[in-house]
Design a protein around this ligand. Structure first.
Ligand code: ADP
Ligand code: ADP
Length: 226
């Protein structure tokens, strides 16, 4: 049961810029929270702080009631899916997906099982021997998803994962991400600037503005309130 709790969280960059101010947010087990808001409002900063890629200036970040403020990214049991896929270009799809598991000294037979299952789920089993450059954008995004799910992390973080895809593929992948997230029931935080994507995916929408939460609610409450 994985919850994520942010308490009075703050980020001030070394140049003095306050990107996140006293932010409070609670994310329930299995919930998908979508962060929206204008460019520069702090979406990436917040996601990167949760991932452990940015330091926390003040406040607390709890994952399952454990304060992880100073934990390394690898100690947080979180998987992040990026816009630019961030695949290793010289490695096969199989090895891209296996990489994180090998680092954790997962036994080889178990790696094979986890990668095979994830590849089936994402319908990329026929691509395991290819290199990223031999894949389409949508296929690369599936591999990036596969790499995230094989580790069975407690939390998924998505940083505009579909924004490099064409419109048709974006719609398709959006539905697949929703299905996968429901199926795995992994607590998720998803950043997007696409309103339709936000409405389709969110259990809870968080509207950020200048480092503060402006609104929180279901898509219906936020977009269709009178
Ligand atoms: P968003 O993802 O919503 O577009 P960001 O989190 O990238 O917003 O940025 C939030 C604010 O922090 C912006 O004003 C941005 O210019 C600033 N910012 C981002 N990264 C840095 C940095 N490394 N140093 C200083 N300011 C930064
Ligand atoms: P490289 O050629 O870059 O060394 P490979 O793709 O040949 O990488 O794979 C390296 C290891 O990954 C192999 O030893 C094998 O155990 C495993 N592997 C690769 N592809 C598969 C696959 N389709 N099914 C199961 N294991 C695989």
């Amino acid at each position: 049961m994985t919850t994520v709790t942010l308490t009075d969280l703050e980020k001030r960059y070394p140049n003095g810029h306050q990107a996140i101010s006293k932010l409070n947010l609670s994310i329930e087990q299995g919930e998908m929270v979508v962060l929206v808001g204008p460019s520069g409002c702090g979406k990436s900063t917040l996601l990167r702080m949760i991932a452990g890629l940015e330091t926390i200036t003040q406040g607390d970040l709890l994952i399952d009631n454990l304060r992880v403020n100073e934990h390394e990214p690898s100690e947080r049991d979180i998987a992040m899916v990026f816009q630019n896929y961030a695949l290793y270009p010289h490695m096969s799809v199989y090895n891209n997906m296996a990489y994180g598991l090998r680092n954790r000294k997962t036994p080889k037979t178990q790696i094979e099982e986890l990668v095979t299952n994830a590849a089936n789920m994402l319908e990329i089993s026929h691509l395991l021997d290819r290199k990223p450059k031999e894949l389409s954008g949508g296929q690369r995004q599936r591999v990036a998803m596969g790499r995230a799910i094989v580790r069975k992390p407690k939390v998924f973080l998505f940083d505009e994962p579909l924004s490099n895809l064409d419109a048709k593929l974006r719609v398709q992948m959006r539905l697949e991400i929703k299905k996968l997230q429901r199926k795995l029931s992994t607590t998720s935080i998803y950043v997007t600037h696409d309103q339709v994507e936000a409405m389709t995916l969110a259990d809870k929408l968080v509207v950020l503005n200048q480092g503060n939460i402006e609104q929180v609610g279901t898509p219906l409450e936020i977009y269709e309130s009178p």
